[in-house]
Write a protein that binds this ligand. Sequence first.
Ligand SMILES: NC(=O)c1ccc[n+]([C@@H]2O[C@H](COP(=O)([O-])OP(=O)(O)OC[C@H]3O[C@@H](n4cnc5c(N)ncnc54)[C@H](O)[C@@H]3O)[C@@H](O)[C@H]2O)c1
Length: 278
Amino acid sequence: MTTFETAEIVAAVERSGKVFAVNYNVRFYSAVLQMRAMVRRGDLGEIIHVNGSYMQDWLMKETDYNWRVLASESGELRAVGDIGTHWLDTVGFILGSPVTELMADLSTYHRTRKRPVGEVRTFSNEAVDGTVDCPVDTEDFASVLLEFANGARGNLAVSQVAAGRKNCIRIEIYGTKQSVWWDSQRPDELTIGRRDAANVHAWRAASGFEDAGGYTDYPAGHAEGFPDGFKMLYRSIYTSIATGKSDGLFADAAAGHEELRLCEAVLQSHRERRWVSV
Ligand SMILES: NC(=O)c1ccc[n+]([C@@H]2O[C@H](COP(=O)([O-])OP(=O)(O)OC[C@H]3O[C@@H](n4cnc5c(N)ncnc54)[C@H](O)[C@@H]3O)[C@@H](O)[C@H]2O)c1
């Protein structure tokens, strides 16, 4: 999609007055909602910088193939478009502040992949009947430097060729009072980092997660993770439809449009090898 198309969606949603949501499920991890509340309340002080990554290894080998590697099928951005946008949406959601400028470097390690002759499902390990060499024109990994409207700086690393990282989102937010960090592969845990006292290691549905109440179902110790975030997201959307009142948490058409603006800026920055305003 392009920002031309997403701008049309934004306008159509406004005309219709209907509820529209984008499937940004990462917003609905309890730890993400907790981090967002802490930042909004000022618990971290002024935000200095944000560090993080979204890493996977399912496209690590040249024999790993999926429709996403072809720009003609999935668009010109792959790792940043497919998974980097989840990180960017989530961090913008937590900070309550959009990216204003960025600089991106995209790299394709496997410029040729072995494409199976038949159809392949995502994350599949099925045997294939032979392959043909296929040129790849989308990025395997990327680095993006960020500046947010609130003055905070950020750096994001994205990769689909990172051995051992299955589906690993890391977000670290550093403020003038304290910091907070989270890893999606340990979804129930949140660390509050301190300079002059011991760090706090908090567990979902227990002390330290009070602000995520209402968006969590199981008692502490019974893990909640990826599927539970979707459940909370859809609960939020359907409640908005049923009651006419939104909790303001799920991504709307404008949020989707914002991600396309970021994607186009990433491509432009990479091609022109410079900082780009969003
Ligand atoms: N959190 C999220 O929002 C999230 C997470 C994962 C995937 N996605 C998105 O969901 C979509 C599907 O991803 P996936 O990982 O399930 O892919 P997938 O490759 O596993 O599945 C795609 C399916 O679409 C079918 N298909 C392809 N072209 C078609 C056509 N023209 N008509 C009908 N069917 C067609 C394929 O046969 C396949 O069954 C993608 O757009 C992806 O970006 C979103």
